[in-house]
Design a protein around this ligand. Sequence first.
Ligand code: SD4
Length: 337
Amino acid sequence: MERRKFIKNASLTGVGLAVGTSVSSCRNLTEKKSIQTKPKEKMPIDISNFPIAICTWGFVKANAKAGEALLSGKNALDAAIEGVAVEEENLKNTTVGKGGAPDREGNVTLDACVMDSNGDCGAVVCVGGYTNVAALAKKVMEETPHVMLAGKGAEEFAKVQGFKKENLLTDASRKAWEEWKKSPEYKPIINIENHDTIGMLCIDKDGDIAGACTTSGLSYKMKGRVGDSPIIGSGLFVDNEIGGAAATGMGEEIMKTVGSFLIVELMRNGISPQEACEEAVNRIVSKNDRYKDFQIAYIAINKAGKTGAYCIHQGFSMMKYQNKKNERMEVDFFNKV
Ligand code: SD4
């Protein structure tokens, strides 16, 4: 549209532009409340449903750890960080923390983010040599004026904060990488069973929501590649009035649709966590006929503690800890043919 027409249309629709807009119309704009930003109805909240912890995949121990931390009175953020740390420290998990698969050049680099019930958040990307990157992301949130630190800067910050430096490349991961190098596949097509990022959402005893997401990213990624997991709104999003969502799978596709933010916004408009996860998957598969080659999975929880999850391909599960029970739930999927 040409500029003049655009300005005219903008003023007709009441959308003030900086050029040619009077001070009073600017004031009107800031005073005007968005009709879309409040839930349609106030959710009935029964505090006896809390605490609750949910996480991606069948991470039984991690979810139990978070559930127990919540029961002992820890807040949602600290419980989520304790929970995901179980997988960050699990050497057998080749997609999170220590023991994660390296990039094509043999470097293990980790990504993580956290978001709390005040809407504060922190993230670290491309961090080598430190295992507990979700806890490091919390430090970024609390101790710096920033939201995200990358690479060397994040590593130096970890050192200053007293995190222990470690070699993240285990013998098993190195051997698998050396094997992979014999006939390297550079296409970003991934095995649908090979996404084990842990995204976790917790509601504590007070009904406050927070989350954490941590990963080593795609196996044999390009050096410097960062996926959705540490990106607030993509791998994780929490709004304490509405709920939270987390993602796992092909980060490039999740980022293009800002999946976790989308789910929370859909819930804000009165849609259930289940329907919101289905719609977020639908946004991807409806535009992208390559979906047969990659997995995307979402989990979500709303302020009332209702949960939902959905994915593209069969094989994804979600853990749910509630009333001292830690259950694994198989998740419905899109690709039924
Ligand atoms: C990423 N979402 O870096 C992550 C991948 C994943 O287990 O889920 N890996 O794109």
